[in-house]
Design a protein. Sequence first.
Length: 161
Amino acid sequence: MDPSPFVDRDLDADAEEYIVSWARELPHRGEFQLVLHVDEFPEADTEEKVEAAVQHYFAYRAEVAGREFTRLMREGRLSLLIGLLFLGSCLLGARYLSGIAEHHPLSEFASESLIIGGWVAMWRPMEIFLYEWWPLARRRSIFNRLARMDVCLKKALTSSR
């Protein structure tokens, strides 16, 4: 972590990865507490500054994850609308081709191709609404929990030097 934690500074990427991976391994209920072991105990108000900085950082990450989730849902709704319109057009086209030349191999081929193409157009909205949303929601939940965690500074028992 940055040795001078200002509220708008980023957390070290390795530190963030360690904290987030640690949080993923713990139960989904309950609150977190981060204990930082330091060689020299800092000034009196440093602990509050560090806690505020860490909480602000993870609140910001939760906000970013929330915006990503909102963007994904908007993309999903638009993809669903486009997919449904395209699927409907393909089904109407397939029905039209079936009615023009019944049992003609080329007509059957074109009709089946339109049906398959229409269902393939539904792939992306189904992928978003079935699979892509929940990792973002889980990440936002973890960041929100980390944004509420208590941060304590403790003097290290032995020096690492």
